[in-house]
Design a protein around this ligand. Sequence first.
Ligand code: AMP
Length: 412
Amino acid sequence: MPFTKFGLSEPILEGVKAMGYVDPTPIQLRAMPLIMEGKDVIGSAQTGTGKTAAFALPILSKLAQSSVATRVLILEPTRELAAQVETAIRDFARFTNLRVTVVFGGVGYGKQMDDLKRGIDIIVATPGRLLDHIERGTCKLDKVEYLILDEADRMLDMGFLPDVKRIVERCPAKRQTLLFSATVPPQIESLISWAMKNPETIEIGARRSPAENVKHVIYPVAEDQKSDLLRALLDQVNYESVIIFCRTKNRADRIAHLLKKNNHSVALLHSNRTQREREQALQGFREGKFEVLVATDIAARGLDIADVSHVINYDVPQHPEDYIHRIGRTGRAEATGDAFTLMVAEDSPHVAAIERFISQKISRIKLETFNYHYTALFEEGKPGQPQGHDRKVKGVRLSGGYYFGPAKRRKR
Ligand code: AMP
């Protein structure tokens, strides 16, 4: 059973089996090892991805036995979600003696107080009612070891963030904190930096296919020509606004510097920049003051920027779902967008993973006017080699399976 590889406890594995789960979902595959290791984790994932089990199974395994003190607190934005998560936890923990209860408003205090008095290992709660209990002295959080802030963006939307902060302050500083949020707006980022320690981020896109109106292609290139090709692409393409994604902050800094030197108006967005710098970068980009936004995934997550004409992946995303997320920034609403990915030889496994994930081969194309150095990637698609495309993009077909591009020009 694939769930056995995570080091979950026997009774929890029994619980998983009883639920009928066979294979872990992507978020479970990625989150569970980190949570088992004791890391703080930010999961950018929506309901329906299996995120409840992703956080619950490792934590329930680590709790092992009931100790009657509250060691796990799970905050949810709504009663419905709180109730749903409590049910899931009961199911997963059915072969343990762990005690779980749910605490939310709109119902009497009686049962909740009785449960809390008796001693509860795991509390699933909405923030308002939990604070009531804390203030009445019927609930203590001083033994909490695991804090889960679920659907954080919805808690923000519903105005719960101040309550959430007051609750977090009642928890011991030494704890493992997990936060799940479909989007990460700036207020959640500040909650993250305040409430979490060196968190690892996992992003799971709900979609598994790129939007139909996005044309996306790969430009194979030798490593030493990446930045030259980027500049050539920017020169050739009549873009209105382009986001360039880089793998690391350093690379983003370097690319932004290079493009500025080449007279592009560039905004830079990554997590080493101050809040003010980031806001200015975003606002300037939205208003059209900057044509180019160079960003890392972390900084750009959850941003809704309309009318991006192009996305360029200067680096191939490490996780397939990030590809969908990145190229989803173009082709929004009525606009059709282009997404280019620069690929060097060592990116092959990541590109293959992306293509498997989206069940689609991505067309390889060359920029006609660019003076390419040789890379083994150009052998791909030749007779006897795997084909590198199946989608038609505008351009001229070449031997070896290549198209020349970009053929698409935009009116400014
Ligand atoms: P969630 O995103 O946590 O709300 O889960 C969505 C649904 O997926 C729930 O009905 C879960 O019981 C179900 N689920 C979670 N993980 C798995 C899995 N590994 N295999 C099958 N179903 C799952």
